[in-house]
Design a protein around this ligand. Structure first.
Ligand SMILES: NC(=O)c1ccc[n+]([C@@H]2O[C@H](COP(=O)([O-])OP(=O)(O)OC[C@H]3O[C@@H](n4cnc5c(N)ncnc54)[C@H](OP(=O)(O)O)[C@@H]3O)[C@@H](O)[C@H]2O)c1
Length: 316
């Protein structure tokens, strides 16, 4: 079958180890597993981390990459795949597709039956494929930050998949949403999604109840300054660096909460899919590439120019 996989680890040049070629069909490792025919998959920064060796040691290569997909199960049901696998061998208690077992950038992927969520008919294959990682993470981040209690939300690094998802979801929930970007073009586009776009690091006109942080070290001091008394800074990523400076005086004086979260449950993915279908919410897609051009999609992700999700069309 066709697959995009990691053949080597290269921390400095992640695309050097990427091959778009052929791999054997996946073998379901247990009776409760099924093989899904993939119709569309979506890239995440996780796939670049994997090629850099973060979470994917060389001894597990070759490894089919990809966490996100939508496709058709053996019964002919249209499904979205939840990428989180129970994994007692991992310190987190779970691993993601493409970390220990082959991922979604292939014509077929084996997953536990319990990881299948119905695909809403209102969403296209490409839109449904965007939900399992970035969108699920953003959904969980807003819930973890108790967004219902907040009037205003700040989202850092507006172009990323998680960030655009957080903006769209928070706007749909009726919040006043500020979004930072270093790039004027991305600020213009995030404003079109209903956010108040601001330059990275610039003082906001008000303090916010929830900050959505996936950039890390470059933006974390600003996140602390922007949080209102009792505010929640929710962290799920550190694209720009994990060693952030934290002004502890601000943390205790304003009684801030710094909350970490990762991914979400299959139940939350199903809730998110239903929310999107019922409220007309659609993932922001930067580009859909035919599967054969997976390398171009990876190059665009690495360039940092992306706004929203990069999708691979497996039917093309
Ligand atoms: N824990 C989880 O479950 C989970 C799930 C999904 C993602 N993540 C993590 O979340 C992060 C975001 O992932 P993603 O796929 O949404 O997108 P991404 O490609 O990592 O994010 C791109 C955005 O990050 C900002 N950025 C990157 N480097 C920066 C720097 N040095 N200074 C300031 N801003 C910078 C950019 O903002 P501007 O160019 O707009 O300024 C850009 O729009 C990743 O680290 C990923 O691993 C974690």
């Amino acid at each position: 079958m066709r697959a995009a996989y990691a053949s080597a680890i290269n921390p400095d040049d992640p695309l050097a180890g990427l091959i778009v070629g052929e791999r054997p069909d996946p073998v379901p490792p247990g009776p409760d597993w099924v093989t899904v025919d993939v119709r569309a998959s979506a890239l995440n920064h996780h796939d670049l981390w994997s090629l850099r060796g973060v979470g994917l040691p060389a001894k597990r290569l070759p490894m089919v990459l990809g966490c996100d997909a939508a496709g058709v199960d053996p019964a002919g049901t249209e499904v979205v795949i939840h990428a989180v696998l129970d994994d007692p061998a991992d310190p987190r208690g779970y691993s993601l597709l493409s970390e220990r077992l082959p991922g979604t950038f292939a014509d077929r992927v084996a997953v536990p039956r319990a990881n299948l969520v119905p695909k809403p008919k209102e969403l296209s294959w490409a839109e449904a494929a965007c939900l399992p990682t970035a969108w699920l993470t953003a959904y969980r981040m807003l819930r973890t930050g108790r967004v219902d209690e907040a009037d205003a939300v700040l989202v850092q690094g507006a172009g990323g998949g998680v960030a655009t998802a957080a903006v769209v979801l928070a706007v749909a929930l009726g919040k006043r949403v500020y979004a930072t970007s270093r790039d004027a073009g991305k600020r213009a586009r995030i404003a079109e999604l209903g956010a108040i776009a601001v330059e990275s690091g610039v003082r906001l006109p008000e303090r916010v109840g929830v900050v959505i942080e996936t950039v890390g070290a470059p933006t974390f001091p600003h996140s602390l300054k922007c949080a209102a008394h009792g505010g929640r800074i929710v962290v799920s990523g550190a694209t720009g660096g994990a060693e952030a400076t934290v002004n502890l005086r601000r943390v205790f004086a304003l009684q801030l909460e710094i909350l970490g979260t990762s991914m979400g449950t299959a139940t939350e993915l199903a809730e998110l899919a239903t929310l999107c279908a019922e409220r007309g919410i659609r993932p922001v897609i930067d580009t859909v590439f035919p599967f054969a051009r997976a390398r171009d999609a990876f190059a665009r992700l690495e360039s940092g120019a992306v706004f929203g999700k990069l999708v691979l069309d497996h039917t093309a």
